[in-house]
Design a protein around this ligand. Structure first.
Ligand code: ATP
Ligand code: MG
Length: 401
């Protein structure tokens, strides 16, 4: 009898001809994540088996697997030969252990069996009935309740036999990379990491661009963004961050452009630079954390301006969400605590008192023409450094300056 992890996948079942491609991408993500636990991954029918993970690492490995997009659910299981005595004894052990974790002396249960090996001597109903009887005889304090049991003992007869009591829901969605790659405009705020998470869930691989205004923004503000990317990368795999020095552009806008347009013109530059980097890195879309009406630069009219200055599609997955909903999701994906650390963001350095809310594209572009945009942008790109964020906290490395 050996402890292992059962991994089920969901939506990729639906993908018809593309299915082998989706399965391969998912397998790659599982293998990459399992490496940390020295796990060995094998494909079964409609599922993967993760074996050879040390018992003490299984809870952590379950956590890591449940985060991978494309995985529907995960179960820590015992795997054994298809021998009835061994299966029954494992079922009783599992029930005992579950009673213990529930902290109950008396509980109700049922057995749920699946037999895909039709040569196995008992059919599913008979197997559940016999295993249930065995558990009742060997584990004190239990009663059967088929409608509302406190827990279920699952038995599966496939290539081998599996016994488990827990099904942990995975992240769902599609394997990262199967929908192409997007460039996430990643600020230090609450919204953009959530936006990245939502698009990654739909199969988009992420690179990120961050604008900092050193020395107006601190080194720690930059670290905060790296930490956010690290947290996101536990779902997506390593994320490359392009750190763009934005100060000179902001200063130029501040000096030459009308005060009420500052934020929007800054956003025009952000979009244009992000698009340049995106095209260089084979990203097919830009992703932002904008939500309609949240601030002046996110009115319908402002968004129309930032859309109009780039050719790539701009994905704004939070567009229809309330701040509270976004915050809930940020908490669930574990980015919230980092996002609320109080470091300055470049957008908060130069804030107009009365920003435009009904901008006209031609007026904004006229103001942009007061600047030498091409030189400003190419200077900023020349000063861009690239950092890779890994899920493991210590492993960000600078690959170029
Ligand atoms: P967030 O919480 O994501 O910072 P926000 O509500 O504060 O969003 P804005 O500051 O207007 O809104 O920014 C809107 C979007 O622009 C962000 O979600 C992000 O995608 C992008 N953005 C803003 N500041 C930066 C930055 N310094 N670097 C990269 N992208 C940024
Ligand atoms: Mg912000």
């Amino acid at each position: 009898m050996t402890p292992m992890i059962l991994i089920r996948y969901g939506e990729i079942h639906l993908k018809g001809q593309n299915r082998p491609y989706f399965e391969k991408s998912l397998l790659q993500a599982i293998v990459a994540s399992a490496k940390k636990f020295d796990g060995y991954v094998e494909k079964g029918q409609g599922r993967y088996y993760l074996r050879k993970v040390a018992s003490q690492d299984i809870p952590q490995a379950i956590d890591a697997m449940a985060k991978i997009f494309g995985i529907y659910s995960v179960s820590p299981a015992m795997e054994m030969d298809k021998n009835l005595d061994i299966i029954f004894s494992a079922a009783a052990d599992a029930a005992r252990k579950k009673m213990h974790t529930l902290g109950k002396k008396n509980a109700t249960f049922k057995v749920d069996s699946k037999r895909s090996d039709k040569h196995f001597p008992l059919n599913s109903m008979a197997l559940s009935a016999e295993a249930g009887g065995y558990i009742l005889n060997h584990v004190p304090g239990l009663k059967v309740d088929v409608h509302h049991p406190d827990f279920i003992v699952y038995l599966e007869i496939r290539e081998s036999a599996f016994v488990y009591t827990d099904i942990i829901m995975g992240s769902g969605g599609m394997p990262v990379g199967t929908s192409g790659k997007g460039m996430l405009l990643l600020s230090g705020g609450i919204d953009s990491p959530v936006a990245g998470y939502m698009m990654a869930k739909r199969g988009i691989a992420l690179e990120a661009v961050h604008y900092h205004s050193f020395p107006y923004t601190s080194e720690r503000a930059k670290q905060k963004v790296i930490e956010l990317a690290q947290r996101l990368s536990s779902y997506t795999g390593p994320i490359k961050i392009h750190m763009v020095h934005f100060t000179d552009i902001q200063m130029a806008i501040y000096e030459k452009c009308p005060e009420e347009q500052l934020t929007l013109i800054m956003r025009v530059f952000m979009m244009r630079i992000a698009e340049k980097i995106a095209k260089n890195c084979n990203c097919g879309a830009l992703i932002t954390g904008e939500s309609l009406g949240q601030v002046a630069s996110q009115t319908l009219y402002s968004l129309a301006v930032t859309n109009a200055v780039v050719d790539l599609p701009v994905f704004r997955p939070l567009i229809g969400m309330d701040k509270l909903e976004i915050m809930e999701l940020a908490k669930r994906i574990n980015t919230f605590e980092t996002s609320i650390l109080p470091y300055e963001d470049c957008c908060t350095v130069f804030v107009p008192k009365h920003p435009v809310t009904h901008p006209k594209l031609d007026k904004i572009l006229k103001s942009v023409r007061l600047l030498d945009a091409d030189t400003l942008i190419s200077d900023a790109l020349n000063k861009t450094e690239t950092i890779i964020a890994y899920p493991d906290h210590k492993s960000d490395i600078i690959v170029s300056k």
